[in-house]
Design a protein. Structure first.
Length: 287
């Protein structure tokens, strides 16, 4: 049986959390080592929530990007896992998920209707950051710092336990609207950036749920379901050390995108697609 490894940061959370819940740290550490990985990371997340005094409305955001394709027969299990993460299974963590469909599978018989070269390029940039020999699907990237096969739940549990303890800046989305010309408007602002970083501010528009009946390629005959399918991903601006960001942003939505099933995601990422420094998600409610 595989066991969860405890990082130094998680160990500090463990000691503090054990004190809060009235147990000794060695006993809690023993439980973490014998429990299945996803249960262990849930316990670590819950302790992080206790230690920092979080409430249900102030959870630690964790950005989870899945690079996937309807032309890849290995991708449906990862798609299903992303959907499970979107159900918020970890106390103390807000899983902000993005399904980014790459286009390099489109030549083998099925053109993924949600694919774009933009997401292939983003994945390639991660490949350079992680010094990978080549990109692959399904690939999951957590907070810009961990990458692994998107259906590997053990690797995911380790990445989430690490991400829950990373400091994040606050990001706020407000005044969200879509006008009759299908232009989305939003006010985006962040807290100040610290620790000598410079970063990029991104805005993504994703469809909550999408379904395809695939008639060719590796998944021919299968009905595939997706969560948080990205349709728009753009850089909204830059953030410098000790500065905040505040801007009114307009996004032209694709004409065939239903505006009654959308979510808006904003995140701050170190330049060159480094660590995620903050993230947030809001549903889009057309008026």
């Amino acid at each position: 049986m595989q066991v969860a490894k405890i990082s130094p940061t998680s160990d500090a959370i463990l000691r503090a959390g054990a004190s809060v819940i009235g147990m000794n740290a060695p006993r809690v550490k023993h439980l973490l080592r014998i429990l299945p990985p996803l249960i262990s990371v849930s316990l670590i997340c819950a302790m992080a929530s206790l230690v920092v005094g979080e409430t249900a409305t102030t959870r630690v955001p964790i950005l989870v990007e899945l690079f996937t394709s309807e032309g890849c027969s290995d991708c449906p299990p990862a798609d299903a896992f992303l959907q499970k993460l979107d159900e918020q299974p970890f106390p103390g963590a807000e899983m902000i998920v993005l399904s980014e469909h790459v286009d390099y599978w489109n030549h083998i018989g099925w053109k993924d209707p949600y694919s774009s070269p933009l997401y292939s390029q983003r994945q390639e940039a991660y490949g350079r950051e992680f010094a990978l020999g080549s990109v692959y699907t399904p690939q999951m990237v957590v907070d810009g710092t961990s990458e692994f096969v998107g259906s590997d739940r053990t690797a995911a549990s380790k990445a989430f336990a690490q991400a829950i303890s990373a400091p994040k800046i606050a990001i706020r989305l407000s005044s969200i609207s879509i006008d009759p010309a299908n232009i989305l408007r939003v006010h985006l602002e962040t807290d100040a950036l610290e620790n000598g970083h410079s970063a990029d501010v991104y805005l993504a528009v994703a469809r909550n749920h999408a379904v395809s009946q695939v008639s060719a390629g590796e998944n021919a005959g299968r009905k595939l379901s997706h969560t948080a399918v990205v349709h728009v991903l753009s850089k909204a601006g830059s953030l410098q050390e000790h500065r905040t960001f505040a801007q009114e942003i307009q996004v032209k939505l694709p004409s065939d995108l239903p505006n009654n099933d959308l979510r808006l995601i904003a995140f701050v990422q170190q330049v060159h697609q480094g660590r995620i420094l903050g993230a947030t998600m809001q549903p889009v409610t057309p008026k």
